[in-house]
Design a protein around this ligand. Structure first.
Ligand code: DSN
Length: 422
C-alpha cells in the first residue's frame, strides 16, 4: 500500500460505499463537461486544488493561528496556513492576509465585526443595483444589524455615481464604505473611494470577490493599495477552492484576525486553507496572467456579439469577466431566459438590472461570465458562436429548438473539454 492510498478522493471506495452520491458526482461532472458554464461567479478549479480540498487535512481541528493554536498536533497544518498567508501577501502585495474565512459572506461579516458596531451606518451599492446581500440587504445581517445607506449607478451611463457616493458619505458619515459588487461589469475607481473615505473618516472595505482573480493575474488595477481591508472568495475568477480570504493593512491585522477567530468562526477548514495555498501558487505564474487577460478579452468579445443579437449589455459592455444583459428589448424576462437556457444546457443566472421594473425573482436581465469557458481554452473566435447559442436559447419559445441548441452546445464544448480524460 503506497503512502498516498488515502490521499485524495478515492472514487472506487465512494462507489462501493455510497453509489447514490458517487453517481451524483459523475452526473455533475458530466453536466460541467457537456454544457456551457457561464455563471460569472463560477470556475473550473484544477485537479491539484481538488486534491488538497479532498484531503486528510479536513480531519484536523486548528482553532487559532499558526504557532498559537488551541489544539495539539497542528505543526503540519501550520505549514499549510503559513504558505497560504505568505503566498497571498506576495501575490497581492498585502501587509497581512487571513486565509480562514469559510466564504465571501463570512469574510464580509468579519470586516463588519472588526470595524463596526450594530447600528453603525455603512455605505454600499444595493443588491438591486449590483451589490451583494452582505452590503445591507434587508434580509441579511448587514441590513438588520446595521444602518445601510445605498449609492446607485447613474441612470444614463449605468456607471457608479461617484458624486452621489461622496454626497451620501458627507451627509451620513458612515463608519464603513463598501466598494465592490456582484453584478457590475465595470472597473471600480478605488482611488476615488479612498479619497471619499478619508474625507469622512470611514473605513474603506473592498469586496473584491468577483474580480480578485483579475487582480491576481495583473489584468486590472488592484484595490490593495487603497483599501483598509479587501474581502473576497477564492472560487471565482481566482479559480481556487470554495472559500474566503481577507487582506488588510498591518494596522488592522489584529482586529481582522480577532474578528475571524474567535469572534465569527471556530475551527478553520484546513483542507480549504491548503487548497487556497495551491491556487495562490498557480496564480503567481505567467500562464495564469495570460488566462486572466483572456477572460476579459473573451467577455468583451461576447458582450459585443450579444449586443449584435439584440441583448443589451448594461453600461454598454464590460471591463471585467462579467456581462449584465438587459432583455427588455427582446421582451423576455430573466426568469424565463434562465429557464430556456437551462433547457439548452447553457448555465447562467437571471439577474436584476439597475432600475429594474421586475421583482428580483423575475428580473429583466441575465448575468453571464467567461471564467469557466476561458479555463476550457475558448478564445475570442468562439465568442460569436457562444453569443448565438445564448441568444438562440433566450429567444426559443419551442422546446424542440432548445433541444437542438443543446446539441450545438455539446458539440462546441467537446472541442474545449473541461477536466480532460486521461
Ligand atoms: N453568489 C455570488 C455571485 O454569484 O455573485 C456572490 O456571492
Amino acid at each position: 500500500m503506497s503512502a498516498n492510498t488515502f490521499w485524495g478522493p478515492d472514487f472506487e471506495e465512494l462507489q462501493s460505499q455510497d453509489p447514490q452520491i458517487a453517481q451524483i458526482l459523475l452526473d455533475e461532472l458530466n453536466r460541467q463537461r457537456t454544457g456551457l458554464q457561464l455563471i460569472a461567479s463560477e470556475n473550473l478549479t484544477s485537479p491539484a486544488v481538488l486534491a488538497a480540498f479532498g484531503s486528510v487535512l479536513s480531519n484536523k481541528y486548528a482553532e487559532g493561528y499558526p504557532g498559537k493554536r488551541y489544539y495539539g498536533g497542528c505543526e503540519v497544518v501550520d505549514q499549510a496556513e503559513n504558505l497560504a498567508i505568505d503566498r497571498a501577501k506576495k501575490l497581492f502585495g498585502a501587509d497581512h492576509a487571513n486565509v480562514q474565512p469559510h466564504s465571501g459572506a463570512s469574510a464580509n461579516l468579519a470586516a463588519y465585526a472588526a470595524f463596526t458596531k450594530p447600528g453603525d451606518k455603512v455605505l454600499a451599492l444595493s443588491l438591486a443595483q449590483g451589490g451583494h446581500l452582505t452590503h445591507g440587504s434587508p434580509v441579511n445581517f448587514s441590513g438588520q444589524w446595521f444602518e445601510p445607506i445605498h449609492y446607485t449607478v447613474k441612470k444614463d451611463t449605468e456607471y457608479i455615481d461617484y458624486d452621489e457616493v461622496r454626497s451620501l458619505a458627507i451627509e451620513h458619515r458612515p463608519k464603513m464604505i463598501i466598494a465592490g459588487a456582484t453584478a457590475y461589469p465595470r472597473l471600480v475607481d478605488f482611488a476615488v473611494f479612498r479619497q471619499i473615505a478619508d474625507e469622512v473618516g470611514a473605513i474603506l472595505m473592498v469586496d473584491a470577490a468577483h474580480f480578485i482573480g483579475l487582480v491576481a493575474g495583473k489584468a486590472i488595477p488592484s484595490p490593495v493599495p487603497h483599501a483598509d481591508v479587501v474581502c473576497f472568495t477564492t472560487h471565482k475568477v481566482l479559480r481556487g477552492p470554495r472559500g474566503g480570504m481577507i487582506l488588510c493593512k498591518e494596522e488592522h491585522a489584529k482586529a481582522i484576525d480577532k474578528a475571524v477567530f474567535p469572534k465569527m468562526q471556530g475551527g478553520p477548514l484546513m483542507n480549504a486553507v491548503a487548497a487556497k495555498a495551491v491556487v495562490l501558487k498557480e496564480c503567481d505564474t505567467a500562464p495564469y496572467q495570460d488566462y486572466a487577460k483572456q477572460v476579459i478579452k473573451n467577455a468583451q468579445a461576447l458582450a459585443a456579439a450579444l449586443n449584435d443579437q439584440g441583448l443589451r449589455p448594461v453600461s454598454g459592455g464590460t471591463d471585467t469577466h462579467l456581462i449584465l444583459l438587459d432583455l427588455q428589448g427582446i421582451g423576455v424576462d430573466g426568469k424565463e431566459a434562465e429557464k430556456r437556457c437551462d433547457a439548452a444546457q447553457i448555465t447562467l443566472n437571471k439577474n436584476s438590472i439597475p432600475y429594474d421594473p421586475q421583482p428580483p425573482m423575475i428580473s429583466s436581465g441575465i448575468r453571464v461570465g467567461t471564467p469557466s469557458i476561458t479555463t476550457q481554452g475558448m478564445k475570442e473566435d468562439a465568442m460569436v458562436e457562444v453569443a448565438a447559442l445564448i441568444a438562440g436559447a433566450v429567444k426559443a419559445t419551442d422546446p424542440s429548438t432548445s433541444i437542438e441548441i443543446g446539441k450545438k452546445v455539446n458539440q462546441l464544448v467537446a472541442k474545449y473539454p473541461a477536466y480532460k480524460r486521461a
